[in-house]
Design a protein around this ligand. Structure first.
Ligand code: GLN
Length: 245
């Protein structure tokens, strides 16, 4: 069986506004493409698995971020090496911030990040809340929902995930950037959940994970007609949600 190992990173403390939907979406789509998804929940103190094909992390309150950082720093070298090696990762909001250089919270605490993404975040007392639409060179229009106090600034040369022109604040409300893309790591403020509404992003993560592990992504070979129809229904539902946005 062609298994794909998906790590859900800190789901106990870093998982708000439906971010678990990203894990469910990737698992479901993989199954419909004919692969066997294996979801590994990794929380503080857990043993690190032997093998990981994809890592998905969610958002969290500042307090949740403080809870996970000690364990996170212990895993930093490993995460940096996996990122550099091209493992596809999706980090939403709170974990996006901690994949950067640091997050200075609104109450003045400084949480170091692990520096996968050249960016830093400063907490403000006005939260940025609401629907978010961006245009991404890689994925076309990406839609979601943001709710954060941190304003993120990308270092020179770091590629944003997309550009916010009308709806939403994005990284900082000043430079129209949203998220970041480094290697195959996507950092973004998009909750939503993101992946059910943006199949292009889900399929990028899936394709990259499968190609790294098995050399080629071949759903045509593995898929049956029922699965193809089910996948089409998922894509139609996503299209409908995107039209409303
Ligand atoms: N606590 C962080 C902030 O408020 C992240 C919030 C989130 O993950 N939604 O900026």
């Amino acid at each position: 069986m062609t298994t794909i190992d998906i790590m859900s990173l800190y789901p106990k403390d870093m998982n708000i506004y439906g971010d678990t939907g990203n894990v469910l979406t990737v698992a479901r789509r993989l199954a419909l493409y004919g692969y066997e998804p294996r979801v590994i929940a990794y929380n503080q103190g857990d043993p690190w698995p032997d093998h990981v094909d994809m890592i998905l992390g969610g958002g969290g309150q500042d307090t949740g971020q403080k809870k996970i950082v000690d364990d996170f720093y212990r895993r930093a070298d490993l995460l940096r090496a996996l990122a550099a090696d091209g493992v596809p990762m999706l980090m939403i909001c709170g974990l996006y911030q901690l994949f950067g250089e640091y997050f200075e919270t609104v109450d003045g605490a400084r949480l170091d990040g692990i520096g996968v993404i050249g960016a830093y975040t400063v907490g403000r007392d006005v939260r940025m809340i609401g629907n978010l639409v961006e245009h991404s060179d890689d994925f076309g229009d990406v839609i979601g929902y943001e709710n954060h106090s941190g304003q993120t600034f990308l270092r020179d040369g770091v590629r944003p995930l997309g550009r916010v022109d009308a709806d939403g604040t994005g990284n900082n409300g000043q430079d129209h950037t949203e998220g970041a893309r480094v290697h195959n790591v996507i950092g973004t403020y998009m909750h939503g959940s993101l992946l059910p509404k943006n199949p292009a992003v889900a399929d990028f993560l899936i394709r990259t994970a499968v190609e790294r592990r098995y050399g080629a992504f071949e759903p045509e070979r593995l898929q049956d007609a029922d699965s193809r129809a089910a996948l089409q229904r998922l894509d139609e539902a996503a299209e409908q949600a995107r039209r409303v946005a």
